[in-house]
Design a protein around this ligand. Structure first.
Ligand code: IPM
Ligand code: MG
Length: 357
């Protein structure tokens, strides 16, 4: 059975398992593979379109593979989704596959950095003085909230009208574990955590706030503040450098991380890591599969390559990760890949390869 071959093949050791995403995800992994092969990091085994995973899930094929999948330590993932899947039943869409991986592997901590080197301040649509030197880390809870809360669905009411409904929910333990991740991340950075919610309206985030307050004394070197999400959205464009670590739930984190990425000029530049409680996990660019530019050869491979460097760092391959990061810094400092849509994917990849020591 094809499913078994694929799931089992994810477990081959000494290689980095890869699932290739949809649309621009394919192109970008070609870029990442080129970089990895130049520094002799084996990558493999079988690139798989994530849409397949959604199909496996829907067909019930994933269950025997779950045990196998849960042994997977590191995954690299391309972007998923695309208009060709929009008419599929919800369970067959690739986004479902992505959510299934996150949930099955318990990847509850999603780290999304937004960094803007001073030389690149002009790449942002905001004034250079507002964003130059920006260094924010969004810690987004990834396996709870309205994304997974039950009950959910579309039902028909007594009057014949249809109603869509989802449930926002967080348990204390879910909040506690993501709070520890946020505080510990802040300890390694500028020692500030801003917990973002909507406690003036939503009980779920009222509890979130309470738990963060309860845990804060365990990290006396970190300053904790709270902000409502609407205000946080405003502050992110007004004065983004006030933030160090932003800790928030799944849905608010989804939205704020897209917004934060744009402060840096291009979502094509930013990586993300989704980790479990042992710091193992999945690495992927923050951006989506970009149907509007797919096939045009202009997708920016920097986020995919940077995600690969983050993965190597977590694998303990510090030197290899540092080589890639230096090459990326040189590439962007030379202005390559810093203006959305201007440089071709191959040109950016070639520049990164040429900049590798
Ligand atoms: C993200 C994406 C996903 C999400 C989609 C593709 C399901 O937007 O990783 O931010 O909403 O989490
Ligand atoms: Mg998103």
């Amino acid at each position: 059975m094809e499913a078994t071959v694929w799931l089992a093949s994810l477990c081959i050791e000494a290689t980095v398992p890869v699932i290739i995403g949809c649309l621009v995800g394919h192109t970008l992994f070609a870029a990442l593979t080129a970089v990895f092969s130049q520094i002799s990091i084996p990558i493999g085994p079988v690139p798989v379109n994530l849409a397949l995973l959604a199909v496996f899930t829907a067909a019930g094929l994933l269950s025997p593979g779950r045990a196998v999948l849960s042994q997977v330590v590191y995954l690299l993932l391309g972007a998923v989704g695309g208009p060709q899947y929009d008419n599929l039943d919800r369970p067959l869409r690739p986004e479902r596959g992505l959510l299934a991986i996150r949930k099955d592997l318990n990847l509850f901590a999603n780290l999304r950095p937004a960094i803007l080197y001073k030389e690149l301040a002009n790449a942002s649509t905001l004034k250079p003085e507002v964003v130059a030197g920006l260094d924010i880390l969004i810690v987004r809870e990834l396996t709870g909230d309205i994304y997974f809360g039950e009950p959910r669905g579309i039902r028909t009411l007594e009057n014949g009208e249809r109603e869509g409904f989802n449930t926002m929910r967080y348990s204390e333990s879910e909040i506690r574990r993501i709070a520890h991740v946020a505080f510990q991340a802040a300890q390694k950075r500028n020692k500030k955590v801003c917990s973002v919610g909507k406690a003036n309206v939503l009980e779920t985030t009222e509890l979130w706030r309470e738990i963060f307050d309860e845990i804060a004394p365990e990290y006396p070197d970190v300053e904790l503040s709270h902000m409502y999400v609407d205000n946080a959205a405003m502050q992110l464009v007004r004065a983004p450098k006030q933030f160090d670590v932003i800790a928030t739930g799944n849905i608010f984190g989804d939205i704020l991380s897209d917004q934060a990425s744009m402060l840096t000029g291009s979502i094509g530049m930013l990586p993300s890591a989704s980790l479990d409680s042992n710091n193992k996990g999945m690495y992927e660019p923050c951006h989506g599969s970009a149907p509007d530019i797919a096939g045009k050869g202009i997708a920016n491979p920097i986020a995919a390559i940077w995600s690969g460097a983050m993965l190597l760092e977590h694998l303990g391959e510090r030197q290899a990760a540092a080589r890639i990061m230096t090459a990326l810094e040189r590439t962007t400092a030379a202005g390559v890949g810093t203006v959305p849509g201007r440089d071709r994917t191959e040109a950016i990849t070639a520049a990164v390869l040429a900049a590798l020591d």
